[in-house]
Design a binder for this molecule. Structure first.
Ligand code: SF4
Length: 63
């Protein structure tokens, strides 16, 4: 499982990096960026999915 971030959809609400600061960071404009681009560790999957579920723009997919 990996995190897939659609930067075109991201509106910089910041929920993902508030929920999962070990997985997401942000640029100078508040747009999300991935910290972890490799295969997720088992213990990271739940948090990644929580962030995805809380993204109001549906910009995050965990698959
Ligand atoms: S929660 Fe979604 S819209 Fe908000 S910063 Fe993260 S990816 Fe972007």
């Amino acid at each position: 499982m990996k995190i897939h971030l659609d930067s075109d959809r991201c509106q910089g609400h910041g929920r993902c990096y508030s929920i999962a600061p070990a997985l997401f960071t942000y640029d100078d404009n508040g747009q999300a960026a991935l910290i972890v681009t490799d295969e997720l560790a088992d213990e990271q999957v739940g948090l990644a999915q929580l962030a995805a579920n809380n993204c109001p723009e549906y910009a995050i997919e965990v698959a």
